[in-house]
Design a protein around this ligand. Sequence first.
Ligand SMILES: *[C@@H]1O[C@H](CO)[C@@H](O)[C@H](O)[C@H]1NC(C)=O
Ligand SMILES: *[C@@H]1O[C@H](CO)[C@@H](O)[C@H](O)[C@H]1NC(C)=O
Ligand SMILES: *[C@@H]1O[C@H](CO)[C@@H](O)[C@H](O)[C@H]1NC(C)=O
Length: 411
Amino acid sequence: MASREQQHTKKVPLFPFLSLLCFASIFLLLSLSRKTSSPSPSLSHSHYRTFQTRTPDSTPCDYSDGSWIHIPDPKPARYDATCKEIFKGWNCISNNKSNGFDLTTWRWMPRTCDLPPFDPLAFLHKFRDTNIGFVGDSLNRNMFVSLFCTLKRVSSEVKKWRPAGADRGFTFLRYNLTIAYHRTNLLARYGRWSANANGGALESLGYKEGFRVDIDVPEGTWAEAPAFHDILIFNTGHWWWAPSKFHPVKLPMLFFEKGEPIIPPIPPHVGLDMVLKHMVLFVEKRLQPGAIKFFRTQSPRHFEGGDWDQGGSCQRLQPLLPEQVEEIFSLKNNGTNVEARLVNEHLYKALKGSGFHILDITRLSEFRADAHPSTSGGKKHDDCMHWCLPGITDTWNDLLIEHLNNIKFRD
Ligand SMILES: *[C@@H]1O[C@H](CO)[C@@H](O)[C@H](O)[C@H]1NC(C)=O
Ligand SMILES: *[C@@H]1O[C@H](CO)[C@@H](O)[C@H](O)[C@H]1NC(C)=O
Ligand SMILES: *[C@@H]1O[C@H](CO)[C@@H](O)[C@H](O)[C@H]1NC(C)=O
């Protein structure tokens, strides 16, 4: 493993120009060798694989098919517990989680290609004068923080501000690269609703309290984001099955379209489909030409022995085995954490035929029952939903940047 690791990290800084160069020269050599029937050039295994995944017309690598490999002596972590942007509850090293340091010693290895840790300096160079927006719930914030801490480590001059209605944002001044987090739980606008004394369609059905969700109106926190950012990463999912807020009986979601209640009322999973449809259209209409948009798949939770409010916990110190992953997440078993794959079914349906790239982090994250804050955040309940930082959202960013390089520099 150690030698594999060295191979990976050695070629990072030159990425992806070196691989393009490699490809070009290999191609040249191959076509020469065909004409002259001289021996074909010997390709090292790793070169061959890079060559394979960079070729525009080859089957793209399935980054979700792989395994976590323990690297006993990893390179120094890309950032540490002193990064101020890490939300207190996610700082597993400061919070003394027993495996807090160990988390960065695992590397995701896709089966048929490489996913090296991205090079933050090369990234800042290549994406200078770029605005990058994360739009979604606290799991997208977790990913945003990971990217911020990684970049801050190599370029410390930052301006903190809130571009285009963002919750938080920073510009890396030397590179004029801005990253921002736009907070939104459902993507659509929502707010408390109470029955009107004068009556109405919902009132006549007996509804008294709930949440009004406007399926065709984006929440104000991110409505300006598509016109501002060059690269966007969206997510939604966790709040659609959150009875502690949207209680199905006491405080149901009440969906509105064009300002009028949808009658008969629809359940949340139908509302999710409608919201996704409208939000995808909204983004595609507002985005700047050349902008790149991703939808991130659902981040899995790992509550065992009950849900978060039923004493569920996540005390594992090692990634799960493939059999355990199936046991916990398969739709058939309908367990506590089944919503990860359920949400994805809705996402894939809504995104089909759209211009969104899918950032599929679900499968690789399903293994990592060991990487949540668990009890270390000092909260009343175990946190088996968010991720420790440093931690696996670092790998999500590796995947994001791998995709970005492939999209932007493939020709
Ligand atoms: C973590 O451990 C250190 C050293 O033992 C201690 O000073 C600190 O208070 C602990 N932090 C928490 C959040 O328990
Ligand atoms: C910084 O980048 C933005 C695009 O993201 C661009 O509009 C602006 O002109 C750049 N500023 C400078 C000083 O180059
Ligand atoms: C899955 O389990 C939940 C309760 O844990 C139940 O309400 C739901 O009906 C089940 N779904 C299916 C498809 O069996």
